[in-house]
Design a protein around this ligand. Structure first.
Ligand code: UFG
Length: 325
């Protein structure tokens, strides 16, 4: 039997590169579509084809579909910096919405009917209740979150009108690295808490700034739900298999259901690395909700998804192995 062919947009990025490696290991044929603007060529598995282009170029998206005839798409390609999205919303709407529309149009033209979409907890905005369930009101606080919500709404309309089936996975905080130590997080500039904290531990940064200690949380710092990238990718495989078996469109939260404050993350990183981690208290970062914790019960129920790495120390240990590779 010939292998199923999966297009992974953004497959040279942090989550996309882990996803590509896992898909190949599970017997899929993978084509990574990536502009390499933020992704890294050497993060793409040598067993995947790499098609270097931008989704903004609709002709090349069509060329890619016409060459490979995909069975399904996993769509990771997007810009992800909240601050930048406030300063330059056009960049976010052009890439995360308009370029994404080129992808949907190519899927329509070439009759590819299944898509797993990399959505975000940021579509909910300031939580009205924690943990955040799938039906929580959606009031994104910034253009990044709005771009993800707009794309989810486009998917809804494409299903009704054209029968394109999709599963949107709303990530909380993706973290950790492949246990092999061969893949990990490499953003430039890095803005995420765990890699920054570990760069301080490794002596590559002087200190970690704590963005605010006056939130209404147990120690005043922000609480987030950190989910291991491998658990996140497992959820994508389950979503893909469901779509390929004829499951209808849906959206799910992906998180561990446990919240850790910024100070708890720093403490855990001290224990894992055995290093001192200097901190500096800074003002709140604009647009940061105080606490984001997932209620992921609906994907556990639907697909029997169970995160393996529920322990923050395990997530940090893998990120540390990558950081000190
Ligand atoms: N933080 C610090 N100091 C830092 C960096 C982060 O105190 O130097 C704090 C933040 O204020 C936040 C927590 O650590 O409370 C986590 O911050 P991250 O930047 O690691 O993650 P976010 O929760 O802001 O971001 C997550 C995803 C993003 C996505 C965003 C959307 O990781 O990709 O949600 O809300 F864009």
């Amino acid at each position: 039997m010939s292998k199923l062919k999966i297009m992974v947009t953004g497959g040279a990025g942090y989550i996309g590169s882990h996803m590509t490696a896992m898909l190949i290991e599970r017997g899929y044929e993978v084509v990574v579509f990536d502009s390499l603007v933020t992704g890294h060529k050497d993060a793409v598995s040598s067993n995947a084809d790499l098609f270097v282009s931008d989704l903004a170029n609709h002709q090349s998206v069509e060329d890619c579909f016409s060459r490979y005839r995909f069975d399904a798409v996993m769509h990771f390609a997007s810009f992800i910096q909240v601050n930048e999205s406030v300063r330059d919303p056009a960049k976010y709407y052009k890439n995360n919405v308009a370029a994404g529309l080129n992808l949907l149009e190519a899927m329509r033209k070439f009759n590819t009917k299944a898509l797993v979409f990399s959505s975000s907890a940021s579509i909910y905005g300031e939580p009205q209740a924690v943990p955040i369930g799938i039906d929580h009101p959606k009031n994104p606080l910034n253009p990044y979150g709005r771009s993800k919500l707009i794309f989810e709404n486009m998917l809804h309309d494409y299903d009704i009108a054209y029968g394109l089936k999709s599963i949107s996975l709303r990530y909380f905080n993706a973290a950790g690295a492949d246990p092999s130590g061969l893949l990990g997080e490499r953003h430039d500039p890095e803005t995420h808490l765990i890699p920054l904290v570990l760069q301080v531990a490794a002596g590559r940064r002087k200190h970690i700034e704590i963005f605010g200690n006056d939130y209404p949380t147990k120690d005043g710092t922000c609480i987030r739900d950190y989910i291991h990238v491998v658990d996140l990718c497992e959820a994508h495989i389950l979503a893909l298999e469901a779509l390929l078996q004829g499951y209808g469109s849906a959206a799910y939260n992906i998180g561990n259901g446990a919240g850790y404050s910024v100070l708890e993350v720093i403490d855990a990183a001290k224990r894992v690395t055995g290093k001192e981690i200097a901190t500096v208290l800074s003002p709140r970062r604009a647009g940061d909700p105080g606490a984001l914790v997932a209620d992921a019960s609906s994907i556990k129920k639907a697909f029997k998804w169970q995160p393996k790495y529920t322990d923050l120390a395990a997530i940090i240990r893998h990120a540390w192995a990558w950081e000190t590779r």
